[in-house]
Design a protein around this ligand. Structure first.
Ligand code: CP
Length: 317
């Protein structure tokens, strides 16, 4: 297995099966810091720099929280408008990263341009973690999601995963790449204008990812062990900021997971994941069902980021 020390975490395309399980084991090892709310000192000599060019609640704060849990230090920005990249100068990724690498030992970046973290990694002498890049990928979220599934179901193999939402989304890309390493089948449900792009389908075929496109949640929820959700009413991820207009669309029934649908058609042991934030595709009354796992998924977000930071910074092997 390749070492994680100094490694960029940019994509799940190149993640190998044993690497997923190694990250999960490290996450289990570090989890007590989060579970017991007890900060340690594993990364006391290290500093995380967060460079968020797009809004975030979970990813930035879970990553920063993870660094604090391990006794490390944090600096960074959560609004590029307050930096020289977001003013008159529009400072380039290259020039910005040549500064950030002096301020810390790892850079966690979210950007509205697909490939921006990879561009940063070309110039940075410290590891870069992709915290979501445009319509590209969201590897730390999906590592969190797979870790959650592994814990909840005891395995990743032999599972049918219903993926419902906008298939252009970065989480959908990362999870479908990851599925190439496991015996999983994806059931894909999305509006036609948000379907898997032909070039992405070719990549999935080349990686022998097993997937079936289905018209509606209703038609395949009975087969699903995991229901993996994203909105279809959502922001444009190529924008730095996308504020809501006056009119907000509603989600068509075909792409919603309701309490009634879960009761009437879902497997009794199926679990619902959603990286959040949600719109009306996942009504709040699902929160009280035994299917809901998105709050434990959010908690696991801290645990997973502790594991990734510890690995790339050499706190653990
Ligand atoms: N799931 C996720 O990426 O959430 P944030 O946009 O709040 O980071």
């Amino acid at each position: 297995m390749r070492s994680f020390l100094g490694r960029d975490i940019l994509s799940l395309k190149d993640f190998e099966r044993e690497e997923f399980f190694h990250v999960f084991e490290v996450a289990d090892h570090l989890a007590p810091h989060a579970r017991d709310r007890r900060n340690g000192d594993l990364l006391r000599e290290k500093t995380l720099v967060t460079a968020f060019y797009q809004p975030s609640t979970r990813t930035r704060l879970a990553t920063e929280g993870a660094m604090h849990r391990l006794g490390g230090h944090v600096c960074g920005f959560s609004d590029a408008k307050m930096t020289r990249a977001g003013d008159f100068y529009q400072e380039s990724i290259k020039d910005t990263v040549h500064m950030l690498e002096f301020y810390g030992d790892v850079i966690a970046m979210r950007h509205f341009q697909q490939g921006a973290p990879a561009e940063a990694a070309r110039w940075a002498s410290v590891p870069v973690i992709n915290c979501g890049d445009g319509w590209g990928e969201h590897p730390t979220q999906v590592l969190t999601d797979l870790y959650t599934i592994w814990h909840e179901k005891g395995t990743l193999d032999g599972l049918a995963v219903l993926c419902v939402g906008d298939m252009r989304m970065r989480t959908m890309h990362s999870i479908l790449y990851a599925m190439s390493q496991f015996d999983m089948e994806a059931l894909i449900v999305c509006p036609p204008e948000m379907s898997l792009l032909p070039e992405f389908k070719s990549e999935l075929d080349a990686r022998s990812v097993s997937y079936r496109e289905v018209e509606s949640v209703d038609k395949c929820i009975a087969e699903a062990d995991v229901i993996y959700m994203e909105p279809v009413v959502q922001a444009d991820y190529t924008k730095g900021r996308d504020e809501r207009g006056g009119e907000v669309a509603t989600t068509p029934e075909a792409y919603r997971v309701t309490r009634q649908l879960l009761r009437d058609k879902a497997k009794s042991d199926s679990i619902v994941l959603h990286s959040l934030p949600r719109m009306d595709e996942l009504p709040v009354d699902v929160d009280d069902t035994h299917h809901a796992r998105y709050w434990i998924e959010a908690y696991n977000g801290v645990v997973m980021r502790m594991a990734l930071l510890a690995l790339v910074l050499g706190g653990v092997e």
